[in-house]
Design a protein around this ligand. Sequence first.
Ligand code: GDP
Ligand code: MG
Length: 190
Amino acid sequence: MVLAANDAYLSDYKVANKRIYSVKVVILGDGGVGKTCLMYRLKHQKFLEDSRMTIGVEFHTIQVERDDRQFNFQVWDLGGQDQFFFMHKAYLKGASGIIYAFDLTRTKTLYGLTKWFNLAKDLGPLPSVLAATKLDLADFHAIPQEAIQEKVGKLGFDKYFKISSKTGENIQSMWGDFADKIIESTSNGC
Ligand code: GDP
Ligand code: MG
C-alpha cells in the first residue's frame, strides 16, 4: 500500500516490472452536461451516440503509463440528476481527484458547480480540473465569457478547458493536465 500526499490509499503491485497503481477519481457536474460522454470518449476515442441517463454510478477505467509506472484511474461517474444527490457523499470517499464539468449551452450548469464544490469540501483540496463541455455546439453557447471567468476565478481555478466529446477537441489536453496533477500529488508517497 502507498500513502499518497492527499491521504488516499493506492494499491501498489508489480506486473512485468511495472508498478501498477489504482487511483479513484470522480467526475461531478449537473445532469446532462456530458460526463458519461466525456468518459466514453477518453476510453474509446469516439463519441457515445446514444447516451442514457446515468442511474446511480458508472465506472470507467482509464490507463496512464508513466516511465515504469502504470496508473489505472477508476473514474466514478455519478448520476448528476437531483434524485441521486443523496448518494454522492458516500461515493466521494477515497477519491484522489475530481473532474468538474459544466455545459457551455446551459448557464444553470455553471452555477450548479457551487453545489458540487460544497459537496466535495470535506475531502480537502484535491487535484482537480474544470471542463466546459459541448464546445462543438458553438451556435448554442449561452454563457458570456465574463460570467465563466468570474466563476472559474471564484472556484479557485487558474484555467479551464473547453472540450467536445463529439469532436474530441481538447479532451487529451484536459485529461493530461488532470492526470499529471494526480500523479504528481501521489508521487511523494511512491
Ligand atoms: P451526463 O448526464 O453528464 O452524463 O451527460 P451525458 O454524457 O449523458 O450527455 C448528455 C447529452 O449531451 C447527450 O444527449 C449527449 O449526446 C450530449 N453531449 C455530451 N457531450 C457532448 C458534446 O461534446 N457535444 C454535443 N453536441 N453533445 C454532447
Ligand atoms: Mg451520465
